[in-house]
Design a protein around this ligand. Sequence first.
Ligand code: G6P
Ligand code: MG
Length: 222
Amino acid sequence: MRITACIFDLDGVIVDTAKYHYLAWKKLTNQLGIHFTEEDNERLKGVSRMASLEIILEIGNIKADENQKHEYATRKNQWYVDYISKMTPDEILPGSLSFIREIRNAGLRVAIGSASRNTPMILERVGISDLFDAVADGNIVKKAKPDPDVFLKAAEMIDTKPERCVVFEDAVAGIQAALNAGMMCIGIGSAEILKQAHFVISGLNEMNLRKLEAFERNEKFL
Ligand code: G6P
Ligand code: MG
């Protein structure tokens, strides 16, 4: 196969942490008197912590200096960490483990490419720290998606050329990052929203090795 590696975004692809990000941002926006909805939360998918805060302050039309911003982001992260520290393996999204194990057994390399600086804690809590050959996350990459940095770093860590990697992503910014990295990209979610992806599925439960091979041959597989 031309595809020799798969790179997975974490939040929204392997685990559903968007709800915890939402609850934690909601606590902060309540304290700041900002009206923040689940729809607004969609805009934060794949976006780094500080960039998310900027969007929220813009929604609330609130000005803050760098110290205040740092304090707000820290406050939000403490609530978020409270939630994710209680996560269990049950929260791994359906089909992720079997697909990753199947492609690993077939000799493909697998890596994480996530903006989240909480990636190590989430992997540890849900018990999959050992499942990946490499983890590229917000702790080692500074430029956020749609910049390709995080995926290029992941590819480098598994010693694979970008054109041989397929990225699995649920965020528009993440799909742009994969394309900017010169990688193939399968969107997870709605085809209407993830228009730029090479193919869109609703979740990893729709994937297997045979379908990955069909994707490579450019065939419709669903
Ligand atoms: C992921 C999520 C974003 C989140 C970002 C940073 O990309 O989709 O919603 O803002 O990670 O997460 P962190 O855990 O570092 O605050
Ligand atoms: Mg995501």
